[in-house]
Design a protein around this ligand. Structure first.
Ligand SMILES: Nc1ncnc2c1ncn2[C@@H]1O[C@H](COP(=O)(O)OP(=O)(O)OP(=O)(O)O)[C@@H](O)[C@H]1O
Ligand SMILES: [Mg+2]
Length: 114
């Protein structure tokens, strides 16, 4: 089992700062519940662990792996090891249809979509 560590993570969408130097550690085997009002950033935290959302500042570690600095190919491996139920259907709402399809085929699609 692997732990998760957020170190001073900041994330803004346009000019709306959702995470402001957010730090948290989830130790291996530990369960944490994140509570907050609608729009407070809970899903953003989870998507950051999967590398679907990139922090503007700060680091996110899965065990000793720094998620924030991984390439798409490495992130695909991480995503294959983490289960996440999305609140609105089973699609990545942060990906385009094309990128989602390419991800399911095992390719990041970066070069194909440029
Ligand atoms: N890709 C995006 N582009 C622009 N704004 C976004 C994006 N994703 C989230 N937001 C905005 O960031 C804020 C935090 O969103 P997030 O989904 O993390 O909140 P949440 O705590 O999970 O909310 P809820 O309880 O409604 O699920 C919201 O104001 C949301 O509209
Ligand atoms: Mg949410």
């Amino acid at each position: 089992m692997t732990g998760i560590r957020f170190e001073e993570v900041t994330k803004a969408y346009d000019d709306r700062k959702v995470l402001d130097r957010f730090s948290m550690t989830v130790h291996p085997g530990e369960m944490k519940i994140v509570l907050g009002g609608s729009g407070s950033g809970k899903s953003t935290i989870l998507k950051t662990v999967l590398g679907l959302v990139k922090p503007d500042k700060g680091q996110v570690y899965l065990g000793d792996q720094n998620i924030s600095q991984m390439h798409e190919e490495e992130l695909l491996q991480v995503r294959g090891e983490i289960g996440m139920v999305f609140q609105s259907g089973a699609l990545f709402d942060s990906l385009t249809v094309g990128r989602m399809w390419l991800s399911s085929c095992g390719s990041s699609g970066n070069s194909a979509m440029k």
